[in-house]
Design a protein around this ligand. Structure first.
Ligand SMILES: Nc1ncnc2c1ncn2[C@@H]1O[C@H](COP(=O)(O)OP(=O)(O)OP(=O)(O)O)[C@@H](O)[C@H]1O
Ligand SMILES: [Mg+2]
Length: 261
């Protein structure tokens, strides 16, 4: 099936979007308009339960049952049918909880990133081509895990596991790289390293980077644009270095007080 091609130039274009999980319960997403260009680096922030993961799943083509218009990578998505595997292979998703296969090695986990790119029957028998092998090796090298390629994932630290998850996503050679709370369980130094790595890999590959996070000050150093979500709505959409204390306060319910004169 051919994708329905769009005349728009934005890589991601969302209009008049509404979504609730039960179909008619509480509204989880309510976005009038949002567009993201190729190569932009964007962070989504907002209180817990505000719809960040749901929005990222929508962009990844895995959310159904919404109303509105959603175009991603030149395809008009359908709220009734999941997008085809060949299209979905262009979007890499680093999950909030890593979603690695614990008893497999680093190499095997990263190789799983190629499953959407290679022939399903061949991959079932563990047959990958030279292009696959190159992408896997480059991804492992890029995240600095070459020495641990044969190590089982359940023997790694949290920061190392996060690197495996990033490498698995990179081996997929995505045009859009999505990382859902990639550093929430890491210490400050490891968190900075992983964010640096995500940005560097996105820049090197010309990929768009979408991150969700609860650490606005930290992620602001690694993205161009910050979108604040509140109850599923875009509360603000601001250049990363221009987000104000009032904007953050409005998201998290803080009271911003003026310093004493
Ligand atoms: N599969 C589901 N079925 C029903 N409700 C869901 C489902 N997944 C999420 N929700 C609800 O949708 C809302 C938005 O959830 P979502 O996971 O998108 O929030 P989030 O902003 O990513 O939160 P967090 O910062 O805690 O990760 C929440 O109220 C959540 O309880
Ligand atoms: Mg979430």
């Amino acid at each position: 099936m051919n994708p329905i091609m769009s005349a728009h130039s934005s890589q991601i274009d969302i209009s008049d979007l509404t979504f609730s999980y039960s179909g008619q319960g509480a509204r989880i997403l309510d976005i009038r308009h949002l567009s993201i260009e190729t190569g932009e680096r964007v962070a989504f922030i907002g209180a817990t339960g505000t719809g960040k993961t749901t929005l990222l799943r929508l962009i990844d083509g895995r959310l159904l049952g919404w109303a509105g218009m959603v175009e991603v990578l030149g395809r008009t998505l359908s709220p009734r049918r999941a997008a085809p595997r060949s299209w979905n292979a262009n979007i890499g998703f680093v999950f909030q909880e890593y979603a690695l296969i614990e008893r497999s090695t680093v190499y095997e986990n990263v190789r799983n990133g190629r499953l959407g790119r290679t022939h399903p029957a061949l991959s079932l028998f563990g047959i990958f081509n030279d292009r696959d092998e190159t992408a896997i090796t480059e991804a492992i090298n890029d995240v600095g895990l070459a020495d641990l390629a044969d190590q089982r994932v359940d023997q790694l630290s949290g920061g190392q596991r996060q690197r495996v998850a990033v490498a698995r996503c990179l081996s997929q050679e995505p045009s859009i790289l999505i990382a859902d709370e990639p550093v929430s369980s890491l210490d400050p130094t490891s968190a900075e390293k992983v964010l640096d790595l995500l940005r560097a890999c996105a820049v090197a590959r010309g990929a768009t980077l979408l991150i969700s996070s609860h650490q606005p000050k930290l992620v602001a150093k690694y993205v161009d644009r910050i979108i604040g979500l509140k109850q599923g709505m875009v509360a603000f959409d601001t250049a990363a270095d221009a987000v104000t204390a009032e904007e953050l306060g409005s998201l998290y319910g803080w009271h911003v007080t003026q310093p004493a004169a």
